[in-house]
Design a protein around this ligand. Structure first.
Ligand code: FAD
Ligand code: NAI
Length: 467
């Protein structure tokens, strides 16, 4: 007889939210995690430590670059990097302990060790001391997450000069120079942290644009803003190799379009060219599951091709985002419990937590053009938003895209102050099948930056009030 209703392999946002929901629904659940702490990539080496450094470095930069002085606050900041790292570590520790507490509260058993599927309904867990324990269960949820994609010809050594995101979250000193390979979310967030603290940052990107997949108008505007902040970009550049001489890293690259190779030197190189699903040692072969490039693929609603084996989060297809993993976790467990779990993949927001922030949801203008859908655009610059103006944060704009016939909101894209928080309003409107007129006619508090969203929605209707 099975000891458990469900065993979840992986303790990240996918895994711990699945475990919590299982406990809430009265299922007997266990969560297996090998890294020694719950919280996964997100809490330990992802979302949370990166946001801790983004928050702290933003204040440092504001003090150092004259923003505070402009407000009449004259200070000469002195960086204490050890303290900045310590407060980050403390917050991470508190969060991971918090997840342990949530497991206890919901009567979920936390099994420490690396889990391996050993045939249907069986998970073998190897503890740190080498001992093994078999868990028998009705359902297995795979939530093993992702790992950095390696760059051919480049060896990442987080103790040396060539690092991935995990290394870049804990550099021992502020580099004079940092090369970031990959103009994606990690590169621009962590590049921002170190630029603010004093590094000269050069971003090398294979494509001829930053943030592929993001609305092009937003990405181009964002690149200009980052350029003003001091970021240097080498777009359309192919990295052919990298070496670490102990003191510096050397990167060789050549134009993708052909041309002369060049060599760049920097104190550190951060490789951030994407992440890939993690299934190493998981024993998928024992149940006949073969992952592809997107990971373990669900045939239908988080169900793999094998009865009783489910998959959620970064290790399966879709955007590699914590909130996507969390939503899949809840839906998956609800389905296991015989309820109607569901995730709306058309409304998964994406945010880049730089200054200013970038926030997107729904279809981009590029996608609408490509699919031939007739749409209307409303746009509003933060330069014309009174709160942004009074706060001297006028870079950026909001763009709302709506169906030309029905006015239903199809997407919204923004670069500007606090847009990461503000995009949730559009998510709710879209979830309710709302139109741009619905948002335009909704009273918004004044003076807030959220008025820029309302004004952009009014713009779709052609009656923006301020400009
Ligand atoms: P993970 O969080 O990767 O968790 C999987 C867990 O499974 C890991 O702890 C791993 O140790 C464990 N595991 C793997 N195999 C086994 C096994 N066989 N046995 C036991 N345990 C196993 N997303 C956002 O939405 N917002 C952000 O701001 C954000 N910032 C990020 C910043 C960085 C630097 C990085 C790297 C990522 C960031 N992400 C962010 C992405 C986010 O971290 C992931 O989308 C999210 O963690 C995915 O959750 P998950 O549960 O699927 O996997
Ligand atoms: P990414 O997919 O966002 O960006 C990778 C970039 O590297 C792309 O611009 C790509 O064109 C480029 N690239 C690929 N191969 C290259 C090569 N050989 N040379 C140069 N450039 C190359 O991946 P990133 O930044 O590593 O992030 C990984 C994942 O983590 C993302 O899927 C993201 O969703 C998630 N994440 C989310 C955050 C957030 O929500 N704020 C923050 C950080 C990460």
């Amino acid at each position: 007889m099975a000891q458990y209703d469900v065993v979840i392999i992986g303790g990240g946002p996918g895994g711990y939210n699945a475990a919590t929901r299982a406990g809430q629904l009265g299922l007997k659940a266990a969560i297996v995690e090998g890294r020694g702490k719950l919280g996964g990539t997100c809490l330990n080496v992802g979302c949370m430590p990166s946001k801790a450094l983004l928050h702290a470095s933003e204040y440092f930069d504001a003090a150092a670059n004259g923003e505070f002085a402009k407000l009449g606050i004259e200070v000469k900041p002195k960086l204490n990097l050890d303290q900045m790292m310590a407060q980050k570590a403390e917050s991470v520790e508190a969060l991971t302990k918090g997840v342990e507490f949530i497991m206890k509260k919901n009567k979920v058993e936390y099994v420490k060790g690396w889990g391996r599927i050993d045939g249907p309904g069986k998970v073998v867990v190897k503890a740190e001391d080498g001992s093994e324990r078999t868990l028998e269960t009705k359902h297995i949820v795979i939530a093993t997450g992702s790992e950095p994609t390696p760059l051919p010809g480049v060896t990442v050594d987080n103790a040396g000069r060539i690092v991935d995101s995990t290394g870049a979250l804990s550099l021992p000193t502020v580099p004079k120079s940092l090369i970031v390979v990959g103009a994606g979310v990690i590169g621009l967030e962590l590049g921002s942290v170190w630029r603010r603290l004093g590094a000269e940052v050069t971003v090398v990107e294979y494509l001829d644009r930053i943030l592929p997949g993001t609305d092009t108008e937003v990405a181009n505007a964002f690149q200009k803003i980052l350029g003003k902040q001091g970021f240097k970009f080498k777009l359309g550049a192919k990295v052919t190799g990298a070496t670490d001489n102990g003191k510096q890293a050397q990167l060789t690259l050549e134009p993708v379009a052909g041309g002369d190779a060049e060599t760049l030197q920097a104190d550190y190189v951060l490789v951030a060219i994407g992440r890939r699903p993690f299934t190493q040692g998981l024993g998928l072969e024992t149940v006949g599951i073969t992952p592809d490039k997107r990971g373990v693929i669900a045939n239908d609603h988080y169900k793999t091709g094998v009865d009783g084996i489910w998959v959620i989060g970064d290790v399966t297809s879709g955007p590699m985002l914590a909130h996507k993993a969390e939503d899949e976790a809840v839906a998956c467990i609800e389905l296991i419990a015989g309820k109607a779990g569901h995730v709306n993949y058309d409304i998964i927001p994406g945010v880049i937590y730089t200054k200013p922030e970038v926030a997107t949801v729904g279809k981009t203008e590029d996608e609408l053009k490509a699919s031939g859908v007739a749409y209307k655009v409303g746009k509003f610059p933060f330069l014309a938003n009174s709160r942004a103006k009074i706060n001297h944060e006028t870079d950026g704009f909001v763009k709302v895209l709506a169906d030309a016939k029905t006015d239903r909101i199809l997407g919204a894209h923004a670069v500007g102050p606090n847009v990461g928080d503000m995009i949730a309003e559009i998510c709710v409107a879209m979830e309710f099948g709302g139109s741009s007129e619905d948002v335009a006619r909704t009273c918004h508090p004044h003076p807030t930056r959220s008025e820029a969203i309302r004004q952009a929605a009014m713009g779709v209707e052609g009656w923006t009030m301020q400009a």
